[in-house]
Design a binder for this molecule. Structure first.
Ligand code: ADP
Length: 345
C-alpha cells in the first residue's frame, strides 16, 4: 500500500486525493461507499459531478490554496448535505495534489432550520396579540377617548391579548427549563393520587364554567413514585385543561390512575395515568404531530380557547425526562385518551 493510501485509509470521513493532472490518486472506503467504486485513476470530474465542488478542486490545484464547497446527495427519501474541505497536500513525487474530505452536516442543517422555524413561529405568535394591543391603544387615544363604554370594551380585549402574551412567554420559559433539565433524572418522591387530587382541585372552577364533569378512578391504596412534582403537575394540568377546553359543555373527563405493575414498554415497574374525554376527538392524521411545538389541529379554535400550541410539547419533554411514555388514542366523534406511563423509580 502506498503512503498516501495509508493516510486516506486512516481518515474516518470520506476522502478523495486528486493529482495535479486532475486524476484521482486514491479514495478511502467511506468515499467508495459515498461515490461508488472504481474511481482511482479516473478524472475527478466524472466522480464528483457537482459544479461547486469541481470549482473548489480546480481552484485548490491551480492556486495551491484551501477551498470549501457543499455536496448534496439523495438516497430516495432522504437528502444528505456534506461540507467538503479541499486542501493542498504534498504527494510522494513532490507534486501538490488536492485532498477533499466530506463531512456530513445534515443534522446541523436540520437543527439550524428548526431553530429558524421556531424563532419565526414565536415572533408570529407574539406579534398577533401585540398588533391588537397597539391598535386598541391608537383607538383609545383617538376616536374612543371620550367613549366610556367603548373604552371598557377595548380594555377588556387588551387585557385578554396581554394575558395571551403572558401565557405564551410562561410556556416558552417552561419549555426551555424542561429542555435544559431533560438529561437530569428527577430525584423527588410523590404520591401520584395526591397530585391528581390537588391538580383537579385547582381546575374545578374551569371545569364548572365549561360545563364539564370530571370523574376520577384512583386505586384504594396509596403509593409513591420517583418524579418532579411540579413538572408532573404541569403534565396533568396541560392534559386535563385541554380535555376541558376542547370537549365542550355536557361532556365528561375521566382521570384514571393504575397502580405499579410491570410495564413491558418501559421494561420496568410503572404506573399509568390516563386523561380521557368524551369530546369531539382528533383525526388520527393529526395525532402523530400533536406534540410538535405550535402544532394545532384548528389554530382558530386553539387561540379562541387561549391555547399557545406548546402544551403537549411541554408534556412530551417532561414525560421523556421521567423516562416515561406518552400515547394518544383518538378518533373523530369518539373522544380522546392521553396516556402517560411513568417508571416507579
Ligand atoms: P394548545 O395550546 O393549542 O391547546 P397543545 O399543545 O396543548 O396546544 O395541543 C395541541 C393541539 O392538540 C390543540 O390545538 C388541539 O387542536 C389538540 N388537542 C389537544 N388535546 C385535545 C383534546 N383533549 N381533544 C381534542 N383536541 C385536542
Amino acid at each position: 500500500m502506498s503512503a498516501p493510501q495509508a493516510y486516506l485509509d486512516a481518515l474516518p470521513l470520506p476522502a478523495v486525493l486528486i493529482r495535479p493532472d486532475e486524476r484521482i490518486a486514491g479514495v478511502n472506503a467511506p468515499a467508495t461507499a459515498l461515490l461508488g467504486a472504481g474511481l482511482t485513476g479516473g478524472h475527478f470530474i466524472n466522480a464528483l459531478r457537482q459544479p461547486g465542488l469541481l470549482d473548489a478542486i480546480e481552484g485548490c490545484l491551480a492556486q495551491r490554496s484551501p477551498r470549501e464547497a457543499d455536496y448534496l446527495t439523495s438516497d430516495g427519501d432522504q437528502d444528505t448535505t456534506y461540507f467538503v474541505t479541499v486542501r493542498p497536500v504534498p504527494l510522494a513525487n513532490g507534486d501538490i495534489g488536492a485532498l477533499a474530505c466530506f463531512q456530513d452536516v445534515t443534522h446541523l442543517e436540520q437543527s439550524d432550520r428548526m431553530r429558524r422555524d421556531f424563532v419565526a413561529n414565536v415572533s408570529h405568535e407574539l406579534r398577533t396579540p401585540l398588533t391588537a394591543i397597539m391598535g386598541f391603544i391608537e383607538t383609545l387615544k383617538g376616536p374612543a377617548l371620550n367613549d366610556a363604554p367603548a373604552r371598557m370594551r377595548f380594555l377588556d380585549i387588551m387585557e385578554r391579548e396581554a394575558s395571551r402574551m403572558n401565557r405564551l412567554v410562561g410556556d416558552l420559559l417552561s419549555l426551555s427549563r424542561v429542555e435544559q433539565e431533560e438529561r437530569v433524572r428527577p430525584t423527588g418522591r410523590l404520591d401520584p393520587a395526591d397530585l391528581i387530587r390537588s391538580t383537579l382541585h385547582g381546575l374545578d372552577q374551569l371545569a364548572q364554567e365549561a360545563g364539564v364533569t370530571i370523574r376520577t378512578e384512583l386505586p384504594d391504596q396509596g403509593f409513591e413514585i420517583m418524579g418532579d412534582a411540579d413538572q408532573l403537575r404541569q403534565v396533568l394540568t396541560n392534559l386535563i385543561e385541554n380535555a376541558i377546553k376542547y370537549s365542550g359543555s355536557g361532556t365528561q373527563v375521566t382521570v384514571r390512575l393504575s397502580a405499579p405493575e410491570y410495564r413491558p414498554r418501559l421494561r420496568c415497574e410503572g404506573i399509568r395515568i390516563e386523561v380521557e374525554d368524551t369530546g369531539p376527538g382528533i383525526d388520527p392524521l393529526h395525532v402523530p404531530r400533536l406534540t410538535e411545538r405550535f402544532y394545532r389541529v384548528d389554530s382558530h379554535r386553539s387561540r379562541e380557547k387561549g391555547g399557545t400550541g406548546l402544551g403537549l410539547a411541554i408534556v412530551k419533554h417532561i414525560v421523556s425526562r421521567h423516562r416515561g411514555r406518552l400515547n394518544i388514542e383518538s378518533a373523530l366523534g369518539k373522544g380522546s385518551l392521553f396516556r402517560v406511563t411513568l417508571p416507579v423509580k
